[in-house]
Design a protein. Sequence first.
Length: 292
Amino acid sequence: MKNLLKVYLKSNSWIALLFLSLSSFGQNQRFDGLIDDFIKDPEHIMVAAHRAMHPKHPENSLAAVRENIDLGVDILEIDIRESKDGKLVLMHDETIDRTTNGKGKVSDLDFSTLKDVNLIHNEEITLEHIPTFEALLEIAKGKIMIDVDFKEDDPTAIKKAYTLIKKHHMEEQILFYIYDNYQLIPLLHDLNPKIKIMPRAYSRKDVRKILKIGGIKVIHIDESFYKNRIMQKIRSSGARIWSNALGKYDKMERLKKDSGFSQLREKKYINVIQTDLPEELLHFLRENQTHP
C-alpha cells in the first residue's frame, strides 16, 4: 500500500506537493501550539525525553531526536560538551568511554576524532555518531522544545551555544538548564532574553531565591521538598514545575504499567515530567486527558 501511494504521488506531482504542504502545515500548527501552551496552558502536562530517549536508540543521538519528534514528545533533554578544538557536541559523560567505541575525555579530543567513533546502544555498536549541537538544532527547528543541559562552565562556550541558537532563530524553543549558579541567570537574560532559563531548586529556600530573580518560566524541583503551598507559589509566578520520573517512578512503571506515573501525578502541581519512557508517559497522559 505504501509503495502504491509513492507511485501515485510521484506521477501526480501537484498532489505530492499538496500532501507535503499539508503535512508541514499540520506540524507547524502543533509546534506553535506547543510554544503557546508552555506559557499559557499549565494543565497541559509536558513530556521531556531524558537524553533524547535512549530505550530505542543511543542516548543523545540524532536517531533518538527524530524518534521523539515522530512520537510527539514536547521536550528533548540533551547534554552538551565542548571538544578540544571548540566544537559543541552532544555527550553526557566527561569521557566517551561508556557511550562509544572510543576512549578519552571529550575536552581532550578534536571533533575530527569524535565524529568518527560510533555510539553504543545496549552494548552494541551502532551506525550513529556523536552529533554536533548545530546538527541537533537543524533537525529540531520548528518541531520540538529543547532542554539544554550545558556541561561546560566556560562563559565563552555558553556564548557559543547562544550564538548558534540565535543563528537558527530558535530562541523560543530553548530551555537553558542552570544547576545552582543562580548569579548566571541575570547575565543569561541579558545575553538573550528570549531564551528561557530553567534553574534547579534543591530546597524551598532555593525556590524563594529563584522567584526573587524573576523572569523564570520553569523551575526544576527536587520532589524531596514538594509541598502544595510552595508549588502554588511557583505556579502563581507563571512558571512551570519540572520534576523527574527518572529512577523511582520509571522503575515502577517498568514493573507494572501506570503504577509509577499514577503515583507521580498525585503531586498535582508538576506539569513537566522528565522520563526515560516518553512513549509510555505520553500514552498515560493522553488516556488521562492531560496531554493533547
